[in-house]
Design a protein around this ligand. Structure first.
Ligand code: GRF
Length: 202
């Protein structure tokens, strides 16, 4: 059963969103804040593969249910029953480090998005996350970097690009200062892009 088939039987006014994250969760906090008073979008679940991820503390503080997942089950069934239980309409990856299994991609066609801290298709793929990305960008003498929001398919950082925005790299920039610029861009744009995707979906 796909999400659309479920949606036909449950006529909700709003779209329920699950955020998948493995780390600190500054994007998650920012997205939660943005949609706090929304009548069309609700963040109803935070999923993490990492029991000690800061993002779980954020969810707890915000009274949002959490789900800690294990790899075997994730790859086997994608935790679809849990996601159907929460009537999830969009899955938002915000620093989630595991590859999404095909079984989940097929169940949520066009409804899983990711944010990447560089201008894909460059500087993506397995192991390209956090400071590893910024270090590679600087080592390559790039004059600019940016963020990419894209649909998720079965390859790391590969699906259709939905949105990109750039920033300039200073000669003085290092991975840490570039990382700060990128986070700022992510915080300004990710919630707006999520809102637009949901508006266009229904
Ligand atoms: C972000 O830079 C995002 O682009 C990447 O992981 C990072 C997550 O940061 N996919 P945070 O945990 O939301 O602060």
């Amino acid at each position: 059963m796909t999400y659309l088939q479920t949606k036909q039987t449950v006529q909700n006014k709003h779209t329920n969103v699950a955020i998948f994250a493995s780390g600190k969760g500054s994007n998650t906090q920012n997205i939660i804040n943005y949609f706090k008073n929304s009548t069309s979008v609700k963040i109803v679940l935070v999923v993490s593969n990492n029991l000690s991820a800061g993002v779980l503390d954020i969810a707890q503080k915000e009274n949002i249910p959490t789900l800690v997942i294990i790899k075997n089950k994730f790859n086997e069934d994608g935790y679809r029953s849990e996601l159907y239980y929460y009537d999830i309409g969009l899955i938002v990856l915000a620093g989630f480090l595991w590859k999404i299994p095909v079984v989940l991609i097929r169940s949520y066609p066009g409804r899983i998005i990711n944010i990447h801290p560089a201008l894909l298709p460059k500087f993506g793929g397995k192991g390209m996350y956090g400071d590893f990305v910024h270090k590679a960008v600087i080592a390559n003498n790039e004059k600019q970097s940016g963020i990419t929001i894209h649909l998720v398919d079965e390859f790391y950082d590969h699906g259709k690009i939905i949105f990109q925005v750039k920033c300039l790299i200073d000669r003085k920039d290092n991975a840490s200062t570039l990382g700060k610029k990128i986070h700022k861009l992510e915080h300004s744009h990710y919630p707006l892009v999520i809102e637009k995707i949901i508006r266009d979906m229904d």
